[in-house]
Write a protein that binds this ligand. Structure first.
Ligand code: TMP
Length: 235
């Protein structure tokens, strides 16, 4: 598989076309941003951790009946994936209150939720990814009612699978963000990544943060946290 052209450079990944129309190559960078790109930095080795971890998790999800874009890991930073039209929704599942949820609702970080929750943000940098609901998503044509239903079912099932997976490595899955895409035949599959950039992971015993919040909140030991996750998962 060979890269032909750089199609898109995002905040954390580059996407290349290949000789095959339906296959793309993603290349994970060490660049990190937060607060809609306002804060910028580099986390050495992050691209390798995120590539490996996303592929590992996606394989586990495939085994459990969740279709994903993963085709094949090509190197420590590069992966061949199925080309999709990304549905412009950030799908966020939460098990424990943290981040924007805690701020908005005045509920202390670390408070266990009585059941997992799900929310949508409209993926739109110019608008700052505003929180929307399923009715908005359908009304403005981001996804159909059937697609929202599929996405919701997949999101909660993914939560069940990866919550258990991280717990085996002594990490609590606080919350995470996922994105879905449509294949040409309109099948919905999981795309983007699942990594410490897109999950909150806390040590089960000490509640130490082992994710991108260390960068967002200037907590220090950012590279160490990514490496800790990498090692705990045996990647
Ligand atoms: P939040 O509490 O800031 O809304 O974040 C919820 C989850 O989504 C958290 O695991 C971090 C992840 N996330 C992203 O992956 N990308 C983003 O742009 C934001 C704001 C959050």
């Amino acid at each position: 598989m060979k890269k032909t052209e750089l199609l898109y450079e995002g905040k954390a990944k580059k996407v290349f076309s290949t000789e095959e129309k339906e296959i793309l190559i993603v290349s994970y960078k060490d660049d990190a941003t937060a607060f809609n790109g306002e804060k910028k930095g580099t986390i050495e080795g992050k691209g390798v951790v995120n590539n490996r971890m996303a592929n590992h998790v996606f394989k586990l999800l495939e085994k459990n009946g969740i279709p994903t874009h993963l085709i094949e890991e090509l190197s420590d930073r590069e992966t061949a994936v199925k080309k999709v039209n990304i549905i412009p929704l950030e799908v966020i599942v939460r098990n424990i209150a943290a981040g924007s949820f805690s701020k908005k609702l005045g509920i202390a970080e670390g408070t266990k939720l009585l059941e997992p929750t799900l929310e949508f943000s409209y993926k739109n940098d110019a608008l700052g990814d505003p929180l929307i609901n399923d009715y908005y998503a359908i009304a403005i044509g981001l996804a159909t009612r059937e697609e929202i239903q599929t996405i919701t079912e997949y999101a909660f099932k993914i939560n069940d699978i990866i919550k258990e997976y991280f717990l085996k490595a002594n990490m609590e899955l606080v919350d995470f963000k996922i994105e879905f895409g449509r294949l040409e035949d309109k099948t919905i599959i999981l795309a983007d990544e699942i990594s410490p950039d897109t999950c909150r992971l806390w040590d089960v015993n000490t509640h130490e943060k082992l994710d991108k919040d260390r960068f967002r909140r200037d907590l220090g030991n950012v590279v160490e946290a990514y490496n800790e996750v990498f090692n705990r998962l045996g990647l």
